[in-house]
Design a protein around this ligand. Sequence first.
Ligand code: FEO
Length: 166
Amino acid sequence: MIKKIMEDSINEQIVKEMYSSNLYLSMAAYFHTINLNGFANWMRLQAQEEMAHALKFFDYLLDRGANVVLGQIDAPKRIWDNPLNAFEESLAHEISITESINNLADLSIQEKDHATHNMLQWFIQEQVEEEATVNEICDRLKLAEGSPGGLFILDHEMKQRQNTTA
Ligand code: FEO
């Protein structure tokens, strides 16, 4: 049986993943409004990936016979200064999620919860990849600064991202 402190912390993480999903869906809408549909596609798929993360925790709690208690999700922002500003906020958000996952891992060690610690390894690796991907997009947006042509090439590339959560 999973301990209450671990159950509560995973329930909080579910809300954070759902917030992440809404944040990226809001960014997708922002990119649509400025006609960067490739970036919008990328963010829409990222939103789906975050919901898949929430469901992974959700299923884990159910598998452990724990209670799923869904808390309130804050409303995300709607407007950003420019594409780089949106991706820099995305990177800052992912860094905060990494910290949150690491805190969960610390708690699982403290509570000697080996099953949860094992489950979290997937998320620890996923965060390495997510931070690296968003960091690279930030760097490329910086290179494209002041060059509409560079931005449109990048937007075209972002359109190629496909759904991997289905
Ligand atoms: Fe679910 Fe982007 O971390």
